[in-house]
Write a protein of this length. Structure first.
Length: 400
């Protein structure tokens, strides 16, 4: 029984609050380091910058509007001459992340951290996801019911499935592209990059390479066969759509923005943090906007879609786009009370396939590739509940 007479921790001495403050400080320091080491060199190399006087005035105005260090000015390249007053609708990503986190406070973290639990939640609503067949742990392989499966039995059982792209092995809880492996079963043998693996070699590959030692459990999933139109960008990776949803104060599921993630040549993942590309998507049409961009740590370079991928943005449209939007909304509805989620959705011949969702997704990529969030649902929530002066922000972007 709780002792109601026990004295509470002195202000500032609560260990939980102290740990949270330390993590917050660590994140801020890491962000500032990335700005200096990745974004600032891009700024130095850029030639079509506005005058220093214009930059100074815009930075000052952004700080006045949001009351926060306007690092989005550097991160999103708002110093380039092509930008006008719309820059004032770009909200500092940290403020969007805080709004996202407050909106998600009532959600059960296990549903987004545990990919198997998430898969089961989606299946309960009839939403198609990547299909898990087995789980690899440090003690061996088990089926979805937790029954031990000897390695030879695993090979036999897996061979009964139609696996044209083989199997994907990835951490059960997170990863961001780390510790992801593609294997295949051929002639009752498990192969990785053409090399046969026995049970011990399979475990060594997963747990001892590509940062696999950070995890204890891995999902063994049927590799998604993406639509041929997505193969045109990169056939070695499943190139997914990142789309974020927000449930507003009235309970309606709304869409913020979307980007197409394309893996680097030869990569099996589409993560920008591993050399991939990001391309903005028009929500209304499913057409691609702008150019493909690499992450800042890979130079933050822009690539013409026709030159890089042979894709004409004037005519190309992502297949099954209306179905994908509907799927994202249905999936978001299934994850209540989470309200702000980022989704990775693959597109197969048969339609959308949900890969995963994240409650701590980065809004900065979506804002950079699609424009300021001040007029998008998550940004509107920030303006309505937390902004210093909503009216001034809307006036600055011409939305009185």
């Amino acid at each position: 029984m709780m002792n109601h007479h026990q004295s509470a921790p002195a202000p500032g001495n609560d260990p939980v609050q102290s740990a949270m403050r330390r993590r917050s400080l660590a994140k801020r320091l890491a962000r500032y380091w990335r700005i200096l080491s990745e974004d600032f060199p891009i700024y130095i190399r850029t030639r079509n910058k506005k005058s220093f006087a214009a930059q100074a005035a815009e930075i000052y105005t952004l700080y006045r509007l949001y009351g926060y260090l306007p690092y989005q000015y550097l991160k999103h390249g708002l110093y380039r001459k092509g930008f006008g007053r719309e820059i004032f609708g770009y909200i500092p990503p940290e403020l969007l992340h805080r709004t996202r986190d407050r909106a998600n406070a009532a959600g059960d973290q296990r549903l987004v951290r545990d990919k198997l639990a998430f898969e089961e939640r989606m299946a309960s609503r009839g939403i198609r996801t990547a299909r898990t067949l087995f789980i690899l742990g440090r003690d061996g392989i088990v089926d979805r019911s937790g029954n031990a499966v000897p390695f030879e039995a695993f090979l036999r059982q897996a061979a009964t499935h139609f696996l044209p792209k083989g199997l994907i092995v990835k951490p059960k809880d997170g990863g961001s592209g780390s510790a992801v492996f593609r294997v295949e079963i051929r002639d009752r043998a498990l192969l990785h990059d053409g090399r046969p693996l026995d049970g011990q070699a399979f475990a060594d590959l997963v747990f001892n390479t590509n940062n696999g030692h950070f995890w204890n459990d891995f999902l063994i999933q049927e590799a998604i066969v993406q639509h041929p139109e997505l193969d045109r960008f990169n056939a070695s990776s499943v190139n997914s759509v990142r789309i974020d949803t927000f449930i507003d104060d009235k309970g309606a599921v709304r869409l913020n923005a979307a980007v197409l993630k394309v893996g680097a040549p030869g990569s099996i993942t589409d993560n920008a943090s591993r050399g991939g590309y990001m391309i903005g998507i028009d929500l209304a049409t499913g057409k691609l906007t702008g150019k493909a961009r690499t992450d800042a740590k890979f130079g933050g370079t822009f690539h013409d879609l026709q030159e890089r991928f042979g894709i004409d943005p004037k005519t190309f449209r992502l297949p099954h786009w209306p179905h994908l939007l509907e799927t994202a909304k249905n999936a978001a509805d299934a994850m209540r009370p989470f309200r702000a989620l980022g989704w990775d959705v693959a597109i197969s011949r048969g339609g959308p396939v949900v890969i995963e969702t994240n409650d701590d997704y980065g809004v900065d990529v979506l804002q950079e590739m699609n424009g300021g969030y001040a007029t998008r649902p998550l940004g509107e929530a920030y303006l309505d509940h937390y902004a210093k002066d909503k009216t001034a922000i809307l006036a600055a972007i011409g939305k009185r």
